[in-house]
Design a protein around this ligand. Structure first.
Ligand code: ZN
Length: 379
C-alpha cells in the first residue's frame, strides 16, 4: 500500500459546505493540452460609451434615462428574470411540482467609467460598491416576500457578460436558491454537531495549515478552498462570525473592499489578462430567523485554465458524475500568491494594515508582463 499523495495521485475531496465531492487528478497536469482557445477581447474601451445602457446619462431599453451618477448606480433590471407579483401558488400533481417564484432583479453599476474593472478601481471606490451591497441587502432583505439576497458579478465575455461596463447584479427571491439551501443545511448541521459555525472552524484550520492562503488583511482572508472545482477558484472569508452584509462594521467594509481589490488584481496578473469570472456572496437568509450557523463569504469561479485563452469546460464525467480538476488548489493558491504586486509580496502572510494596500492599476496602463514565471509549487 502506498501513501495517498494529494499532489501526485488521483483522489476525491469532500466539500463540507455542499456535501459533494470533487475528483482531483494532479498527475494529468503532465499531459499535452489541446483544449479550446478563446480569443482575448480587444482592450481600448472608452471611458464613456454612448451606446452603453449602463453609462451615465444614457437611454436604457425601457426608455428610462440613467442619471449622471458619479460613483455607483442601482436600478431594477429592465429584463428581470423574476416578476415581483408572481403568485405564490403551488402545483403539486404527482411528480409534477411547481411553485410561483417572485422576486426582484437589480443591476448595480460599480462606476460611471465604462473602461474600468474592480481590479482597476481605487479601493475607496470599491468601498462604495460594498456600501451599495449593504444597502441593497437591508432594503431587499427587509421585505416580507424576500428570503434570500443573492449578490453576484459575471465578468468577461467568456462568462457570457455582454457589457464590459463594470456592474453586478442582485437577485432577491421568495425562496432560497439551491446553493444557499445546500450550504445553509450543511452549516446548520455542523453548528448542531460542533457548537461552532462551519466556516469559522474551516478558516482556523486553513490558517494553521497555510497551504491554500492567497492573502490576508485585518478582517478578511482569501484562500483557494480545499474542495475547489474551478482551476483558480477562491473564497473570501471574514475572520469573525458575520452573517450578512448589514453586520459589517465600517472597518470591515473597507477591509472587504481591499480584499476584493487585492484578489482581482492578482487574477489579472496570473495570465496577464483582465481575468473573467463569476463571483458572488453567500449570506444568511432574510426570512427573519437568527441563522447563527451562517457565515457570509464570497465565491470566485474563474473559468481560465492554462492561459488567457484556454478555458475549462464542465462536460462528460463532470456533467454526469462529479466535477474534476487537474491543477490542485494548493498549486493554484501558490500561483495567486506569486501574482502579487511587488509591494504586496513582502506583506503577505501577515495582517496587512489597510493603508498598506498598494494603489490599483492605473486606468489604461497595460498590465506588467512578468518574465520567468515560476512553476506551480507542489503541495
Ligand atoms: Zn457559499
Amino acid at each position: 500500500m502506498t501513501k495517498l499523495d494529494l499532489a501526485e495521485t488521483s483522489h476525491r475531496r469532500f466539500n463540507p459546505l455542499t456535501g459533494e465531492w470533487v475528483l482531483v487528478s494532479p498527475h494529468r497536469m503532465k499531459r499535452p493540452w489541446q483544449g479550446k482557445r478563446e480569443s482575448v477581447p480587444a482592450a481600448g474601451l472608452k471611458a464613456h460609451d454612448p451606446d452603453c445602457y449602463l453609462c451615465a446619462g444614457n437611454l436604457r431599453a425601457n426608455g428610462a434615462r440613467n442619471p449622471d451618477y458619479t460613483h455607483t448606480f442601482v436600478f431594477d433590471n429592465d429584463f428581470a428574470a423574476l416578476s415581483p407579483d408572481a403568485p405564490p401558488e403551488r402545483i403539486d400533481k404527482g411528480l409534477i411540482v411547481a411553485e410561483g417564484e417572485s422576486g426582484v432583479c437589480r443591476v448595480l453599476c460599480f462606476s460611471p467609467r465604462h473602461d474600468l474593472t474592480l481590479a482597476m478601481m481605487e479601493v475607496s471606490d470599491i468601498e462604495r460598491v460594498v456600501e451599495a451591497w449593504v444597502e441593497e441587502t437591508i432594503n431587499l432583505g427587509g421585505r416580507p416576500d424576500i428570503a434570500a439576497v443573492q449578490i453576484f458579478e459575471n465578468r468577461g465575455e467568456i462568462m457570457g457578460c455582454s457589457n464590459p461596463h463594470p456592474h453586478g447584479q442582485i437577485w432577491a427571491t421568495r425562496h432560497l436558491p439551491n446553493e444557499m439551501e445546500k450550504e445553509g443545511r450543511r452549516q446548520a448541521q455542523y453548528l448542531l454537531d460542533h457548537g461552532r459555525p462551519l466556516l469559522v472552524d474551516y478558516l482556523a484550520q486553513e490558517l494553521r495549515l497555510s497551504e491554500r492562503i492567497v492573502s490576508e488583511n485585518a478582517h478578511f482572508v482569501t484562500l483557494a478552498p480545499f474542495w475547489a472545482i474551478w482551476p483558480f477558484e477562491t473564497m473570501i472569508l471574514p475572520r469573525r462570525r458575520i452573517g450578512a452584509f448589514d453586520e459589517l462594521t465600517p472597518e470591515e467594509r473597507s477591509a472587504l473592499a481591499a480584499a476584493l481589490s487585492d484578489l482581482t488584481r492578482r487574477y489579472d496578473r496570473v495570465f496577464d489578462v483582465s481575468f473573467p469570472y463569476s463571483m458572488g456572496f453567500h449570506q444568511k437568509p432574510t426570512d427573519g430567523a437568527v441563522h447563527s450557523e451562517w457565515q457570509m463569504h464570497a465565491h470566485f469561479y474563474p473559468p481560465l485554465l492554462r492561459s488567457a485563452t484556454v478555458k475549462k469546460f464542465m462536460v462528460g464525467f463532470e456533467m454526469l458524475g462529479s466535477p474534476q480538476r487537474d491543477l490542485t488548489p494548493e498549486a493554484a493558491a501558490a500561483r495567486l500568491r506569486d501574482a502579487a504586486p511587488q509591494n504586496l509580496r513582502s506583506a503577505r502572510r501577515s495582517s496587512i494594515p489597510l493603508s498598506g494596500f498598494p494603489s490599483p492599476v492605473r486606468e489604461g496602463r497595460p498590465l506588467r508582463r512578468r518574465s520567468g514565471r515560476s512553476q506551480p509549487r507542489p503541495a
